[in-house]
Design a protein around this ligand. Sequence first.
Ligand code: TPP
Length: 639
Amino acid sequence: MLKSRMIEEKMLILLRQGKISKWFSGIGQEAISVGLTMALQSDEFILPMHRNLGVFTTRGIPLNRLFSQWQGKLSGFTNGRDRSFHFGSQEYKIIGMISHLGPQLGVADGIALSHVLKNESKLTAVFSGEGGTSEGDFHEALNIASVWSLPVLFCIENNGYGLSTPTTEQYNCENIADRGNGYGMESHIVEGNNILEVYSTVKQISESVRKNPRPVLIEFKTFRRRGHEEASGTKYVPEDLMSFWKSKDPIDNFESFLIVTKVLSKTKIDEFRTEISNEITSGLKLAFDENEIKADLKTELNDVYKPFDCQEVKPKGELKEIRFIDAVSDGLEHAMNKHNDLIIMGQDIAEYGGVFKITEGFVEKFGKNRVRNTPICESGIIETAMGLSIAGMKSIVELQFADFISSGFNPVVNYLAKSHYRWGQEADIVLRMPCGAGVGAGPFHSQTNEAWFTKTPGLKVLYPAFPFDAKGLLISAVQDPNPVLFFEHKALYRSQRQQVPVDYYSIPIGKASLIKSGLDVTIITYGAGVHWALETLNKNSEISADLIDLRSIQPIDYDCILKSVKKTNRVIILQEDSLFGGIASDISAFLMENTFEFLDAPIKRVGSLNTPIPFANSLEQQYLAKANFEHSLKTLLEY
Ligand SMILES: Cc1ncc(C[n+]2csc(CCOP(=O)(O)OP(=O)(O)O)c2C)c(N)n1
């Protein structure tokens, strides 16, 4: 506790000297981090917050590495890419927060799930402030952990204020621990400023949880004695409250206790102080002496994704005519057979087989541990998938409809997408996204929302149009250790049939497919757009076109596009999504920059109307890009 306190005191000085940029103080709360970390086994994961310095010091991270992290230097944990405690370390079994507070609660569920699945008697501890418990992530994570009996200690540091918001404006129950009841979960209240109480309670609970896996909610009562961060002050805190909690300082009180009980002497304490002070000084010297990070463009771009050498398995052997939907199911089954550590999670996917029946029969083949029905918790389950990945397991999450990804948006774009770039941790996850319009399903069951994700660095986005591609690309998506969003157009599920190899094969990610070859125009599209284009070309046999099915829209096969446009000199880009801000706009800009001299006509984009997707058939037909494609193509050819 003393080490953590003395580091903080030093940081406050450095902050005043302008030598560090920001500090979130945990002064007065040290007993919780230190007591909990000491009570756990060193190979059990802890997911701390911004005031849990004691977790890091107790796990023995060399101080120079912590200081370098805070200064954005190479010996830190993020190559200068993230600040403060926003990093993880497999070596120290610490998974730091992302700024959004709540998501790590679900990540802890995933790590704990891996322990259950691997029959390890370990637990995972995750922290949140009382403010963070107001986020939906808290509710989802506790609910999932309870339904699945996951060995997670949900540790809530109730320190009186969330920034300036007092607990009375944050929640309306007496204790946060009382909520345990609502989740069917055991809960405890612990005097968080008493190191002995923290240590002994957590030790006792952990021993029991390792034997009998279950989640436990622990509310630590404590107080935040400095500002939210140093610049923000504490004007809003009544003085008597501050002095009350000062009298409950965990270090002062423990020190007095140790002196009274003659465990420690003043001299020994002074020795400790000198020792720690020397350790801080030498750690700081190392960090300050370290050079600033040199920006290297190639390294930055390369580290967005985990390198993946796709082991292409060429299709061969017996063919069978199957529907798109069967191809997805078949690809999934092959992937489950190939990767014993692959878990599928989704709503109603187990005995019921999923709303599209894609996983029908999977429970019988792979068991309920690997084919998991989930509560309606998109965020929490995507976070759980992230936790599985941290624990070295692969997972697929089936979104019931791609539209519902909005309820799990935060972990996708902030956790999964940024994790490898920030601290080298892959998010080995495939999100299956049944999407698309033309089925009379209205505004919330029809969207093709790939553009929400293609603009976020760190995600891969696949969108097959044929059964053959669906199976081969899904297999590659599972192989790929990066987060992949796999779009499956619902209207193609039962309308598209093809001869597909029965065996396992894969298709490299990032390669477009040239479906038709011609001379006069290049049509670039994907998903249902491919079939609209084919329909148009079949009806107008005089049109000689290159038809490119992108298949992968992040990354995009620019080589294929360039080659074709330089040959045909005209290009039309067709997307099902509303026109503004979609893939077509980006490809169009790329072609303007790179093929301007080759073009004989302005680039044409065709997308759906900039309205939500309407329900009634006549309105939906008018909405869809298909309605304008043929006319636009002919106009372009006549230009
Ligand atoms: C989703 C989200 N909303 C708002 C913030 C800004 N913010 C950062 S910390 C904080 C207060 C957190 O309070 P609490 O969870 O009680 O933790 P404490 O800081 O008191 O330890 C707020 C509002 C944020 N980081 N993330």
